[in-house]
Design a protein around this ligand. Structure first.
Ligand code: HEM
Length: 63
């Protein structure tokens, strides 16, 4: 399932997903959707999420 404006991360490399989540977490008290959620994640949470999404089949995005 994809939504306009929300990037699909299924099947992307786990290291890339984890790096993005850590960057959102480090971005400080901004109020956008990813920063607020990532600010509550521990390193183990980020690694587990990254492994999970990397293992999913990539979703074809609508043109
Ligand atoms: C388990 C939950 C989630 C995870 C692991 C996650 C992970 C990510 C990652 C890794 C990116 C970076 C993608 C990239 O730069 O290519 C991203 C971006 C984004 N996510 Fe999430 N996300 C989650 C939930 C959500 C939810 C619930 C929403 C909205 C309802 C959302 C909206 C977005 C948007 C709009 C972006 C792009 C933000 C930007 O370009 O700055 N995400 N997400």
């Amino acid at each position: 399932m994809t939504r306009p404006g929300v990037p699909s991360i299924a099947g992307r490399p786990a290291g890339e997903i984890a790096d993005k989540l850590r960057a959102y977490r480090a971005a400080g008290p901004k109020r956008d959707v990813m920063t607020t959620r990532a600010s509550r994640l521990a390193d183990a949470d980020i690694d587990a999420l990254a492994r999970y999404y990397a293992a999913l089949p990539a979703v074809r995005r609508p043109d």
